[in-house]
Design a protein around this ligand. Structure first.
Ligand code: EPU
Length: 331
């Protein structure tokens, strides 16, 4: 049995049979992959139990840069830290992903969740995703437009039965500087280079989110819920300061962090689990938490939000049990 505490950002002590670090396509072909769980850095998962199988950790990091007309083309191994890639892009003067600075996790995991922050989602820059299908034992490629990118979701996330190990991601980034400064902390004309945006984003994240090297968490635990305009208008009547983000088509996104905060759940503790006092959407391991403590706290938070606002929160993290992925309602 091998301990997975350094392979999940919550830092939970759960075990798997064995851990295999995959550094090349040859490693991938020879790894014992029956029922294996694929991990990047485990930054967006909750492991609720020991895993009854092996773990394959994506450590493929090769990166190649080229140009194609108006675009910079970057092919990056799925095991590279996303922030390490973004740091290199910014130092090369390549713009497009700087708003996603300091997000923990790997390049290969990024398309699965379609990671996003400060007005940018990674899917918008992805040209294609290369994978190895662990069950069919074949390599393949999915074009960006076929990845089904949506808010914190993708075709990959919606098809967990296809166990695809993401070997490489191709990004196409339009040449020139294309700042996205719509988020309130970025509305600032002095942010005139990708480097300055990156520095500001890192500062904003440090102010609100726990330092992943010190406090275990998986970032936002829940997704921001989307409701109809009528329900949003009713909520606004009772809570005039509720943040609302109209999406068009009669849909409105709510801020889960605000709902949790106003349900009285910011900075609370249950055993060794808690919600972060500067951002209630983040559930943290306050030291030696057990999986059941994280689950109990998350269930409590979702019940309180439902009691207060009649809104059902859905997790943003992916949840795994002994035999693989499980749904929120199964635990
Ligand atoms: N708010 C509160 N109390 C809180 C937390 C938030 O009142 O405890 C309010 C804020 O004041 C703000 C609103 O809720 O008016 C939204 O909060 P924030 O701007 O911090 O963003 P978020 O919607 O909570 C999302 C992403 C983050 C991403 C930020 C910035 C999701 C689930 N989360 O958070 O992503 O960094 O926007 O773009 O979409 C992650 O996915 O792990 C993550 C950290």
């Amino acid at each position: 049995m091998e301990d997975l505490s350094t392979l999940n950002s919550f830092g939970l002590h759960v075990n798997a049979k064995s851990v295999y670090r995959i550094r090349s396509l040859a490693d991938l072909r020879s790894a014992p992959s029956d029922h294996a769980l694929i991990l990047g850095r485990g930054s967006d998962i909750l492991l609720t139990d020991d895993y009854d199988g092996n773990v394959l950790v994506n450590c493929i990091t090769d990166t190649r840069f080229s140009e194609d007309g108006d675009f910079n083309v970057v092919r990056c191994g799925g095991g590279r830290e996303l922030d390490s890639l973004i740091g290199e892009l910014v130092s090369r003067g390549i713009s497009g992903l700087e708003n996603l600075s300091a997000i923990p996790g790997t390049v290969g995991a990024a398309p699965v969740q379609n990671v996003g922050a400060y007005g940018v989602e990674i899917g918008s820059a992805i040209a294609s995703v290369d994978y190895f299908d662990l069950d069919r034992r074949e390599f393949g490629t999915i074009k960006g437009e076929d990845c089904g990118f949506g808010y914190r979701t993708s075709w990959f996330k919606e098809h967990p039965e296809r166990r695809l190990f993401i070997t490489e991601v191709e990004f196409r980034l339009k040449k020139g500087f294309h700042p996205v400064l719509s988020y309130k902390g970025l509305v600032d004309t002095a942010l005139d280079t990708p480097y300055k945006i990156r520095e500001r984003v890192i500062k904003l994240r440090r102010e609100k989110l726990p330092d992943p090297s010190v406090v275990g968490s998986a970032g936002s635990f829940f997704k921001n819920p989307v409701v109809g305009e009528d329900q949003a208008a009713l909520l606004q009547r009772s809570y005039p300061d509720i943040p609302l983000y109209p999406l068009g088509g009669g849909r409105v996104k709510l801020a889960a962090g605000w709902l949790i905060d106003r349900a009285g759940c910011r900075g609370i503790t249950h055993g060794n689990a808690g919600t972060w006092d500067k951002q209630a959407l983040v559930i943290v391991n306050r030291g030696n938490a057990k999986p059941h403590e994280i689950v109990a706290l998350a269930k409590y938070v979702s019940i309180e939000v439902f009691r207060r606002f009649g809104i059902k929160l859905e997790p943003e993290v992916r949840i795994y049990g002994r035999r693989g992925e499980i749904t929120w309602d199964q635990i």
